[in-house]
Write a protein that binds this ligand. Structure first.
Ligand SMILES: O=P(O)(O)OC[C@H]1O[C@](O)(CO)[C@@H](O)[C@@H]1O
Length: 620
């Protein structure tokens, strides 16, 4: 009953707010659609430039004023809003997919002003699909669209490679499922589990798709090692238990050299050794030809290797072997996923904005975030099985769009932050802030019309099913947010199927590509990730030096107990004393170094050593 009263109150809030606003917006209600609102976007004045020429205070006042004037003009008259809804509603009949952008307040003038940018973006996408070097930094083609329609590939060689890989992974999956390819030491006589080892784009797609589409009893169940957290890896291996003997380990890494993935592999191989199992008879590699991983798998004679193409980026690799092999092994219809993506790609090639759902999304993002990422995108799928969509989109959008420089080398610090979980769960978590708190987001609702498989529904109270509540929560939240001037997009699919999931992935891949063109950035590289990786490497190198210094001190008689300053000096790294403190702390917490003397709360008092000397663990 609590849920019922919450629903009632949400609907009541929405209705009250709508009524209040509609009566106070009589000016808007007298306007005919298309609505003529003052455009927020000023094409000839970069917002960034404007901010630079003002003080921070006045800039934020200006921004607040602009915000107020814009949101105050969001259409609230029900009849005009309905016209706007109908006018802009996109529907793909065959895919059973709708896109509603009516609750984003862009104006006709804005659309007109954006037209040249869209023309350029459409040209870019066309060139990209024809095989132009779309990733100038890395001199690479960007061809994920060819994966679902190999006829588009710019050469016969590439087309054959795509088709061959797809056929061979389908055959391999069949052979594994039917037990033709089997693990040597499994009592079941066939593979029953998959352990996928990979990170970022080499994990997020397969995780999302498994959660969305795996049947209740898949031929092989899937688990993931997607981090270098030893406890996390231990947990996955412990969960497999004796089934490790019937686990197919798929190691996924485009570069074949990502440290977290390498560590995951080494940990899993150790577990195999300890269980007396031959890893090579159960390992599969998905990686670029010639990578370290590829060479290792070849040399050691793993069960199979599948290529990751140079022209497919990690975050757009779900329709390559990366996503398709794990999906096929779980009994998911991957041809349908590809068909859904291909259908979506097809409509997204039109240059008519209203008929191009990816362009419509890009338009909304540009409007809502001022083309500078000033607002975050909150993704709310109202369906448990789509829970991981926001996490998947987080990488796709943020790694693609979050860039320091534009294509002309100008510092722009672009991006679009993405977060979200699922509805209506989030209703009871952060929707409170979305409706009433800081106005720094726009929402994307993902709606699924089919509540549950046919024949399973029942009314939990007269005329109302459980799914009706979910529907009510979505509609109520959308209305309540809009009533308080919070913009939203709604993507609706008939059902969660391989086809609709393929279409959703393709929709967002293209929207990101188009948006990147609109803001003139390279969506296909990730130079920023390197800084963290390099810094991590530096920390580990310093740790090796610390260890060497402590080892040498431990060999003295009596054992030398060093202050942090002494360690830093002997490492020739006096400026790194804070990091040395953290290294020693971490090693002490894992019984690999000892705090011989001193108080953990005052790092200056510490004396440290290795081994058995007067152990007083920092946390002891
Ligand atoms: O597939 P790889 O080469 O292991 O890379 C994993 C992920 O790491 C990144 O390069 C970022 O570090 C992502 O772009 C990529 O998806």
């Amino acid at each position: 009953m609590a849920a019922l009263s919450n629903l009632h109150s949400a609907a009541a809030v929405a209705a009250t707010s709508l009524n209040t606003n509609s009566s106070s917006s009589s000016l808007a209600s007298t306007q005919h659609h298309p609505i003529t609102l003052r455009p927020r976007y000023q094409p000839d004045r970069s917002p960034r430039l404007a901010i630079r020429t003002t003080t921070a205070k006045s800039a934020s006042r200006d921004a607040a004023a602009a915000e107020t004037s814009r949101t105050a003009r969001l259409e609230k008259d029900p009849a005009a809003l309905w016209r706007r809804y109908v006018d802009w509603l996109y529907r793909h009949r065959e895919l059973g997919l709708w896109l509603d952008v009516s609750r984003i307040g862009f104006t006709d003038e804005f659309v007109e002003e954006m037209r040249p940018r869209f023309e350029k973006a459409f040209r870019h996408m066309e060139e990209l699909e024809r095989g132009a070097i779309a990733n100038p930094d890395e001199g690479r083609m960007v061809g994920h669209y060819w994966l679902r329609n190999s006829k588009l590939a710019p050469s016969e060689g590439l087309r054959k490679e795509i088709d061959r890989t797809l056929d061979s992974l389908c055959r391999f999956a069949d052979d594994v499922i039917t037990g033709k390819i089997k693990p040597p030491a499994s009592p079941e006589g066939r593979f029953t589990q998959i352990l996928s080892v990979g990170i970022g784009g080499s994990a997020l797609g397969p995780q999302f798709v498994a959660e969305a589409l795996a049947p209740v009893n898949p031929p092989l169940k899937i688990r993931f090692v997607d981090n270098t957290d030893p406890a996390g890896i231990d947990h996955q291996i412990a969960q497999l238990g004796p089934e490790l003997a019937s686990t197919l380990v798929i190691v996924i890494s485009k570069s074949g050299g990502t440290p977290e993935t390498r560590n995951g592999l080494l940990e899993v191989q150790k577990a195999f050794r300890e269980a007396g199992l031959d890893f090579t008879k159960q390992g599969v590699a998905i990686t670029q030809e010639g990578s370290l991983l590829d060479k290792t798998a070849k040399l050691e004679g793993w069960v199979a290797r599948f290529p990751m193409f140079d022209w497919v980026g990690g975050r757009t690799s779900e329709m390559s072997a990366v996503g398709l092999l794990p999906a096929a092994l779980q009994g998911i219809n991957i041809r349908e996923m590809l068909a859904g993506a291909a259908l979506m790609d097809e409509v997204n090639r039109t240059t008519e904005l209203k008929n191009n759902p990816a362009a419509l999304l890009a338009l909304c993002w540009y409007w809502a975030s001022g083309g500078v990422g000033s607002k975050d995108m909150v993704v709310l799928p109202y369906k448990d099985s789509l829970l991981l969509f926001s996490r998947y989109l987080q990488q796709l959008v943020m790694e693609s769009l979050g860039k320091e420089f534009d294509l002309d080398g100008k510092r722009v610090n672009q991006g679009l932050a993405v977060y979200g979980n699922k509805g209506s769960t989030d209703q009871h978590a952060y929707i409170q802030q979305l409706r009433e708190g800081v106005h720094n987001f726009f929402a994307t609702f993902i709606e699924v019309l089919r509540d549950r498989p046919a024949g399973h529904d029942w009314e939990l109270e007269p005329g109302v099913t459980c799914g009706d509540y979910l529907f009510g929560m979505l509609q109520g939240t959308r209305a309540a947010l809009y009533a308080n001037d919070r913009e939203s997009i709604t993507v609706t699919v008939q059902e969660v199927t391989p086809r609709s999931v393929g279409a959703l992935i393709a929709l967002y891949e293209r929207a990101v590509g188009i948006y990147a063109s609109l803001v003139n950035i390279n969506a296909y590289h990730q130079p920023g990730v390197e800084a963290g990786k390099k810094a991590a490497g530096d920390v580990l190198a310093l740790q090796k030096r610390v260890l060497a210094v402590l080892k040498e001190a431990s060999c003295k008689q009596p054992i030398e107990q060093l202050t942090l300053n002494e360690v830093a000096e002997r490492c020739h790294a006096p400026d790194e004393i804070e990091m040395i403190y953290k290294i020693v702390t971490h090693m002490a917490a894992n019984e690999r170094a000892s705090i011989a003397e001193g108080d953990s709360a005052s790092p200056g008092s510490l004396r440290v050593c290795l081994g058995e000397c007067n152990v007083d663990n920092l946390y002891g």
